[in-house]
Design a protein around this ligand. Structure first.
Ligand SMILES: Nc1ncnc2c1ncn2[C@@H]1O[C@H](COP(=O)(O)OP(=O)(O)OP(=O)(O)O)[C@@H](O)[C@H]1O
Ligand SMILES: [Mg+2]
Length: 304
């Protein structure tokens, strides 16, 4: 396990992209360390992909527990003057950010490119630690502590099309039977695809499932959401989850997100208008600092 992680760090140091590293990892998987790597893939690879520059802890102290490690709901994330500067940069990506994120619906982060949305989400998720300031998770049982990224599932805008069968791609380190995987896929709106491609679980992600037809971008994002459903972790971070989904599909996807994310702390980074509802919080991030747009400052926050 450690050797594989070290190999991937080495490759990353050589400028190999995270997507290519994932392919290396899955190739090694095929050589006989399937179980270990799939578990590894559910933690380190996912967070590495999220972090991008691998600044986050690389090797988890424990590689197990891919499903929710704590049933205790995360009620709020309290950020206090958090600052983070990427290695090699002088300007902070997140600069004295403060806020209590506590929506009972979705936490929506919006704002211009480079404003610090993804970095702030990484701090909220515990994938990065602030250089200064604090990030604390407040739980339903009243406790308050450090973020615990093993409890976070991420749907990244640039999810790698791993050369794995759909079955392994979706369950990624989670014990799940075919009926469970198919049920998750149906919940994400891929029922029609399952009905037309009976051996869908055996088809490789990124390769054609019928002659000349591959997963569309929107179908792929739904596939990734099915993985989050199976992982069943208390926090979801979705970075532009509907970027490849059409307008009609948008509403379905958000409805699905509301339904499936109802018991979780859900952070959505988006440039789209996803249809804000009661309980949602919308934050605009600019120059590395979040400002709450909805509910308007002065009105009580939904989770306060
Ligand atoms: N891995 C990295 N290494 C160095 N600098 C980075 C890294 N990731 C982001 N940055 C820088 O940090 C700042 C904030 O980036 P971030 O990705 O958080 O912005 P964003 O709001 O998510 O942008 P976008 O809408 O384009 O996704 C930018 O100046 C960016 O160049
Ligand atoms: Mg971003």
């Amino acid at each position: 396990m450690f050797v594989v992680a070290a190999l991937l760090v080495l490759l990353r140091g050589q400028g190999v992209s995270v997507g290519d590293m994932a392919i290396v990892a899955s190739s090694v998987t095929a050589l006989g360390t399937l179980a270990q790597l799939v578990v590894w893939g559910s933690g380190v690879a996912q967070i590495a992909q999220f972090v991008g520059d691998l600044d986050a802890p690389l090797v988890p102290s424990s590689a197990e527990a891919p499903r929710s490690t704590s049933p205790t709901r995360i009620e709020a994330v309290e950020v206090e003057s958090a600052t983070f500067t990427y290695r090699g940069r002088t300007a902070p990506a997140v600069d004295h950010a403060s806020g209590r994120f506590a929506g009972t619906g979705m936490i929506v982060l919006t704002g211009p490119n480079g404003a610090g949305k993804s970095t702030l989400a990484k701090l909220v998720a515990g994938a990065l630690q602030p250089d200064a300031g604090t990030v604390r998770w407040r739980r339903g049982d009243g406790s308050c502590g450090e973020p615990h990224w093993q409890e976070v599932s991420v749907l990244h805008q640039d999810e790698a099309l791993l050369p794995l069968p759909v079955r392994d791609f979706v369950r990624m380190g989670v014990e799940a039977s075919d009926p469970e995987i198919l049920a998750a896929l149906r919940r994400t709106g891929l029922g029609a695809l399952i009905d037309t491609v009976p051996d869908l679980l055996d088809r490789r992600v990124g390769e054609s499932y019928t002659q000349g037809a591959a997963f569309s971008g929107g179908q792929f994002q739904r596939l990734c959401l099915a993985r989050l459903l199976l992982q069943d972790r208390p926090m979801w971070v979705l970075d532009e989850p509907t970027s490849a989904i059409d307008v009609a599909g948008d509403a379905d996807f958000v409805a699905l997100l509301r339904e499936t994310g109802a018991d979780r702390f859900v952070v959505v980074i988006t440039h789209k208008d996803l249809g804000v509802e009661d309980g949602d919080e919308v934050w605009r991030v600019e120059d590395g600092r979040p400002e709450r747009l909805l509910p308007p400052v002065g009105a009580a926050a939904p989770g306060a």
